[in-house]
Write a protein that binds this ligand. Structure first.
Ligand SMILES: *Cc1c(COP(=O)(O)O)cnc(C)c1O
Length: 487
């Protein structure tokens, strides 16, 4: 049986289904498998020609017991989750001709045009499958920095097993992202706009933590989370590293670099797990915007919470990259006592200074960079002019970080830059970068255009009173539903 434990070691091991439905273990840690599967180069060779969903099946099978999800059940859930993708290849790769050895992995062809769709459709469908089997209903809360909310909302449309609440900070996300949440008319999907938040989605993460800390509420609503604290999100994200690798390398065994725009460190954490499982990675290029917490951490060993700065790449405007803890757990040898005291120290002091040995261990195989808004805009313009390829601001952060670090990469090594959103979600930034009012056709997507004419529907709520407002509203909504279904 494959078992899941808390990084803080305070809960008994559970199997996959419980880890997914709980979202987070009760001790405030993060779920991790007790061991990671090992994948040999021979195995990679055999997987060379698989489609993305076929490869996903092979990799996920290693994390999920047959008794929890049979082969055909897993295949069906995967298939269903990727049907809404706009591209037949699901996650295609593009070669950037103007830069030697640089490839782009397009993770943004899902229904809400960001990389969040890659794991979210699957995770929400998993919830639905497990809940149907148990004949249960759950409420999901999602705090969002712009892309997680739309992905969760979209994936939940029409499901009877779930009510999904996306909570977003006004002024911290684009109008296009907001409309992706507020123009959904499915009665089980709710959007909540918070006015007056100071630290954007980090404040809302704290709100979600507070909701979860309320046991009565948690029980009454049967509350769970599909933020990247949920193991299934991270697990699913390991797949695109393998897939991209197999598409780009000339020879299996060759080490590849990955440049990754990072916020909560979920995507990068998945990359490090893939590396741990045996994927030949040369360097990860950790790409921060001005919210440089992780760049600083990897360069100096100081993990420090700071105020969130609004940037053009809003989905990575995050000051506390929660999934760093999950990576650290594996990186320093699966010692839960250690993680527990470090997490404790961080929550008390808003910072931890790692000792030199630990810092050296976790920063191995990493390069990092902080990319300013100005440099992001320049990169969008340069790549557009040289390649006729339009990067979104997040993908541009990864390409810019590659440029800043390319001297430190191994001679002749290739780099895959993870492109995490479609430019049509950020028209104002694209206009500014290209210094033109007319958007090029690459910045227009019909799904965004069609949301512009619809009415918006959302709960409006003040930051100061959000805890009570959100919890009472959720309760009332569930009670109304129950009394309606009693007739
Ligand atoms: C969420 C997101 C990221 C960052 O992913 P993390 O797992 O939070 O590090 C990067 N780019 C875009 C567009 C995103 O939506």
């Amino acid at each position: 049986m494959i078992q899941y434990v808390s990084t803080k070691g305070g809960t008994t091991p559970v199997h996959f289904e419980t880890a997914v439905l709980n979202g987070r273990p009760a001790d405030g840690g993060l779920y991790v498998p007790t061991s990671l599967p090992e994948i040999s180069l021979q195995q990679l060779q055999k997987w060379k020609n698989l489609s993305y969903t076929e490869l996903a099946f092979e990799i996920l099978s290693l994390f999920i017991d047959d008794s929890v999800l049979s082969e055909s059940e897993l295949k069906n859930i995967l298939h269903k989750s990727f049907v809404p993708f706009f591209h037949p290849e699901k996650i295609p790769t593009h070669h950037l001709k103007s830069k030697n050895g640089v490839y782009l992995q397009e993770l943004f062809h899902g229904p809400t045009l960001s990389f969040k769709d890659v794991a979210m459709g699957f995770v929400v469908n998993l919830f639905d499958f497990f809940l149907k089997r148990k004949n249960k209903h759950m409420s999901i809360v999602v705090a969002t920095s712009g892309d997680t909310g739309p992905a969760a909302a979209h994936a939940s449309i029409g499901l009877k097993t779930l009510d999904t609440w996306t909570i977003y900070p006004e002024g911290f996300i684009t109008e296009e992202q907001e409309r992706q949440m507020t123009t959904i008319s499915s009665s089980n999907v709710h959007a909540v706009r918070i006015n007056g938040s100071i630290n954007g989605s980090d404040d809302l993460d704290e709100l979600v933590d507070a909701l979860f800390a309320n046991d009565t509420l948690k029980e009454e609503l049967n509350l769970s989370s599909v933020n990247s604290t949920n193991w299934a999100r991270v697990m699913m994200q390991t797949v695109h590293y393998f897939y991209g690798y197999l598409q780009v390398v000339d020879k299996i065994g060759e080490a590849l670099n990955f440049a990754v725009p990072t916020g909560a460190f979920g995507n990068l954490c998945a990359g490090t797990l893939a590396r741990e499982m045996g994927l030949p990675v040369d360097k990860f290029i950790l790409s921060n915007n001005q919210n440089e917490c992780l760049d600083k951490l990897f360069k100096t060993g100081l993990f420090q919470k700071s105020k969130v700065i609004n940037s053009h790449s809003c989905a990575i405007d995050i000051s506390v990259p929660i999934n760093f803890w999950r990576y650290l757990y594996f990186s320093i040898g699966q010692n839960p006592d250690n993680i527990k005291s470090l997490m404790q120290e961080f929550s008390e002091n808003d910072q931890v200074l790692f000792d030199a040995a630990t810092h050296e261990r976790f920063s191995k195989g990493f390069l990092s960079a902080t990319v300013s808004d100005e440099r992001t805009l320049d990169t969008i313009r340069e790549v557009f002019q040289a390649d006729d390829y339009l990067l979104d601001p997040h993908s541009a952060v990864a390409v810019a970080a590659y440029e800043m670090q390319k001297e430190n990469l191994s001679q002749g090594s290739k780099t895959l830059c993870l492109c995490t959103a479609h430019p049509s979600k950020f028209p104002a930034t694209i206009r500014e970068a290209l210094n033109q009012e007319n958007l090029p056709q690459q910045a227009v997507h019909f799904s965004i255009e069609s949301s512009r004419i619809l009415c918006q529907r959302f709960y409006d709520c003040k930051f100061d009173t959000m805890y009570e407002a959100v919890s009472e509203t959720m309760k009332k909504s569930v009670q109304q539903k129950e009394s309606l279904s009693a007739y």
